[in-house]
Ligand binder design. Structure first.
Ligand code: MIG
Length: 653
């Protein structure tokens, strides 16, 4: 059952698409207060677990920390961080399995539809207290009760609308790196994959492809005939996937800038002038994605690239990220001027601190406004909707511009609702072993919030990757819908050909292609049925106390369990089986190791170039022969592995 409560005058975020009548009476769980801002409080018993929050830090069970919904461009995802790029205000309080006598109604879900900053203190200040709070008491609250957390999640998914489905090629492997600039950089990637017989469907174009980082332009020197280059790659059955940044360069004569100013489609300051912030192109204006006309206008710009043959995009810097604002710049200039004039002395740390605090300043988010149906709304109050509406702009445009085609798209910033238009990549992680685990833990939480097309920068974006880390991470990446190797300029190059054993990469990436019919089928089922592709073990084995606490294994689809290796120099890992399962190891010679293992604790050995997977008892999964492109997969080669008498429903489209 879903009950909708209205507090104050909420902003319409469009996250929920189902019509839910207003509930009468007071909510069944917790205490509410709308006196000073808004707050919700609920006493947690020792066995309560709390799920959800989508792209958030730490565990699958969120209990024990404080999380702040505030889309943030922060590339250092250490354990202490409270905010990442997304804002997904859905949590499920689960009564747990070990509470005899507790009513099942002890589990409930909460969606706080509020687009400003929101704090989820989940047993952080007090182990036994959950509080959710925000400054303005204007929001919709959806309270969902159901049989168990899994049922609650599916009810929630039903009211937020169907998840985005990408084109099938998007299930292939993608190579990316910030720094590919000239056509030969892209050709080299394609050539190397061909030479070493390694599958590849996409090469990503980072900001260097643009003309001075101007959206919807290409560098005229490097790409004098861009459609021809896109086509050259397409002849090789490889898609180029360009990045689009949120900020539009301020440059007289640049058509998008001129048009946006003329039509009033950029965010404005209080005095009506366009807000200016420095990002990659230099000074930019931010398109007002909350204004539906501006949204249509910006979406239409994607046509330039669609017409050139492009079939996929990634939307970046859309929190929006700000290096510094015009105001911030003026402030630091005045400060430096005083120092130069000898009016002020300073410590060196003061100097570096000052310049660092210029980026993504909360004050700056209070300096510009949106035009929402003629009403002026200050950005900070709707901050978490910005990136989501950039992707919505594009998604709505694709329906108009290329109605018969599915376009690949994923975004960095997001809010619930964006899952109907786009996927997510989880931003600037690092080449750290701990980030393999973080990648794994985010998967079910993102699914709970509707995001199915998801993935992390495999191998890590920042820092230097090693061959073993890369291989282990790919052995998780073979299971994530978005499988992309991406890294930052200046870090050690991490394409497979930078390492000593290309054959190991060939094998691991081939495993992905062998699994695509299964992954795609499970993806489609999850999208069509408002279901999860990745589930915590607790959702499936809710009566098993040990399984309920396991966070480094996941149920994938309905048939399998994944248990990737995420520690350095490990020869394998401990695995807990809640029931009998078949361990499958994809061996480097293309054969399979299969062993039925009884329920219980095990240690499995897995070499660096092997991919482990468990098939649940009495289930089986389809497997095909590898090919170097998704389009070349031959369904005639399909076999099933697992328990032979099982049934499997293969969904294709
Ligand atoms: O300020 O476009 O998360 O994937 O390579 C960094 C350059 C801007 C951040 C993205 C990353 C991308 C990078 N971008």
């Amino acid at each position: 059952m879903i009950q909708k409560y209205t507090f104050g005058a909420p902003f319409e975020t469009d996250a929920v698409v189902a019509l839910i009548p207003a509930a009468s009476g007071t909510p069944a769980f917790g205490n509410f207060s709308a006196d000073h801002g808004f707050s919700f409080a609920y006493d947690l018993s020792p066995d309560h677990k709390v799920y959800g929050l989508g792209e958030a830090n730490r565990g699958i069970d969120k209990r024990g920390y404080v999380y702040v919904s505030c889309c943030s461009d922060d590339p250092i995802h250490t354990e202490d961080k409270h905010s990442l790029y997304g804002a997904h205000n859905f949590i499920i309080v689960s009564g747990g399995s070990d509470a005899p006598g507790r009513p099942s109604s002890d589990s409930f879900g909460l969606f706080f539809d509020y687009p400003g900053t929101m704090t989820f203190d989940i047993g952080y200040s007090h182990r036994d207290l959950l509080t959710v709070s925000c400054d303005k008491p204007d929001l919709y609250l959806y309270m969902i009760t159901g049989e168990d957390p899994y049922d609650i999640v599916r009810q929630f998914r039903r009211i937020i609308g169907k998840s985005y489905i990408p084109p099938k090629f998007a299930f292939g492997y993608g190579q990316s790196r910030w720094g590919y600039t000239v056509p030969d950089d892209f050709r080299k990637v394609a050539d190397q994959h061909r030479e070493h017989d390694i599958p590849l469907d996409m090469i990503y174009m980072d900001i260097e492809y643009m003309d001075h980082y101007k959206d919807f332009t290409v560098d005229p020197q490097n790409f004098p005939d861009f459609p021809a280059f896109v086509n050259e790659m397409k002849q090789r059955d490889i898609r180029l996937i360009p990045i689009i940044d949120a900020g539009v360069k301020v440059e007289p004569g640049y058509q998008i800038y001129e048009e946006g100013v003329e039509k009033g489609y950029f965010c404005k300051r209080e005095d009506g002038t366009e807000f200016e912030a420095c990002v990659w192109p230099g000074m930019t204006h931010f398109p007002d994605f909350l204004n539906h006309q501006a949204r249509k206008w910006f979406g239409d710009q994607y046509k330039f690239l669609l017409d050139a043959g492009i079939e996929g995009f990634w939307n970046d810097m859309n929190e929006p990220a700000i290096f510094f604002s015009a105001e911030g710049e003026a402030e630091i200039r005045a400060w430096m001027e005083k120092i130069l004039q000898g009016e002020l002395s300073f410590h060196s740390f003061d100097f570096s601190d000052r310049s660092k605090t210029l980026a993504n300043r909360p004050e700056d988010y209070c300096r510009f406004y949106h035009d929402v149906n003629g009403k002026r709304v200050r950005h900070d109050q709707v901050h978490n909707l910005y990136g989501a509406n950039m992707s919505r702009a594009a998604g709505e445009a694709f329906v108009r511009l290329v109605p018969d085609k599915r376009i690949l798209m994923f975004s960095r910033a997001s809010y619930i609702g964006m899952h109907r238009y786009s996927g997510i990549w989880t931003g600037d992680n690092m080449s750290w072993w701990s980030h393999i685990l973080l990648n794994l833990k985010m998967l079910p939480s993102l699914n709970m919030c509707g995001f199915l097309y998801i993935g992390a920068d495999l191998g890590g974006f920042g820092c230097d990757a090693t061959e073993d880390l890369m291989l282990r991470w790919l052995a998780l990446g073979v299971f994530t819908p978005l499988m992309r190797n991406h890294s930052a300029a200046g870090t050690r190059e991490q394409e497979f050909y930078q390492f000593d054993h290309p054959e190991d990469f060939r094998h691991v990436i081939q495993v992905r292609y062998r699994l695509i019919p299964y992954l795609y089928s499970e993806y489609l089922k999850a999208a069509q049925n408002d279901d999860l592709m990745f589930k915590p073990l607790a959702f499936v084995y809710s009566q098993d106390r040990i399984a309920c606490g396991i966070e480094d294994q996941l149920i994938l689809g309905n048939e399998t369990m994944i248990a990737p290796i995420y520690t350095q120099n490990a020869i394998g890992r401990p695995v807990y089986l809640p029931e009998e399962m078949m361990l499958v190891k994809f061996l480097p010679d293309g054969t399979l190791y299969q062993e039925i293992m009884p329920a219980g604790h095990h240690f499995i050995e897995v070499a660096l170039n092997e991919v482990p997977l468990f098939i649940r008892k009495d289930r089986k999964i389809p497997l095909v022969k590898a090919a170097n492109r998704v389009s070349a997969l031959d369904m005639e080669t399909l076999i099933y592995i697992g328990y032979p008498d099982a049934l499997y429903e293969l969904v294709e489209d």
